[in-house]
Design a protein around this ligand. Structure first.
Ligand code: VGL
Length: 193
């Protein structure tokens, strides 16, 4: 078996002080760095995603620009605009530990890392095939949106999937608890919830 680690959207806009900051985001970033340093030998690769939206666009209805107000379920304030500070990895995540970077959400909503591409334009699926990956662990932000969607896609792609819940942070406690339940029911192993 070959296992990879997905680090989902550990970006400034999803951490405290960001336009869509979730509670505990910066601490999760630090925890992920520590976890990788201690567990690197378990993984064939560490693959990190970033939301990477277009400026001056609603990105397929995903982003609502002021003065309109988002619903924080299907529509969101501007976040992770390509090339801005908000789209960069949060500083507590040691980016030297990341082997593959993928970007998603260019002009559209992309909750799942499986919609991402590398800078060379390779899809995540191609990268995973090359690595001959069979198992996926997930950490990152947000538990109730991008971690959820990415883990469900990994299940659908027939990987053996674990979510390391202590290394995730969510938009809201209730939807995060629901997301972890849904993952468990879908066959994902939720560790440390
Ligand atoms: C996310 C809300 C909007 C996420 C992305 O990374 O979970 N959440 N866009």
């Amino acid at each position: 078996m070959t296992r990879v680690l997905f680090v989902i959207d550990v970006q400034n806009d999803f951490c405290e002080g960001g336009s869509l900051g979730v509670a505990g985001g910066a601490a999760v970033a630090a925890g992920i760095t520590e976890y990788i340093l201690e567990n690197r030998e378990q993984y064939a690769a560490v693959i990190a995603s970033r939301d990477w939206h277009d400026a001056a666009s609603d990105n397929g209805g995903h982003i609502v620009w002021p003065p309109a107000t988002p619903d924080y379920v299907d529509t969101w304030p501007p976040h992770c605009i390509a090339g801005t500070f908000g789209a960069e990895y949060q500083a507590n995540l040691d980016t030297s530990l990341i082997d593959v970077h993928v970007q998603k959400g260019q002009g559209k909503p992309s909750y799942s890392i499986f919609e991402g591409v590398t800078a060379a334009g390779e899809s995540l699926s191609t990268v995973l095939q090359r690595l001959q990956a069979s198992e996926v662990d997930l950490v990152g932000i947000a538990t109730d949106y991008c971690v959820l969607a990415s883990a469900l896609d990994a299940m659908n792609a027939e990987f053996k999937v674990r979510v390391l819940a202590n290394l995730t942070a969510g938009v809201a406690p209730e939807s995060s608890a629901k997301a972890l339940q849904k993952l468990t029911h879908s066959g994902v192993t939720v560790v440390g919830a």
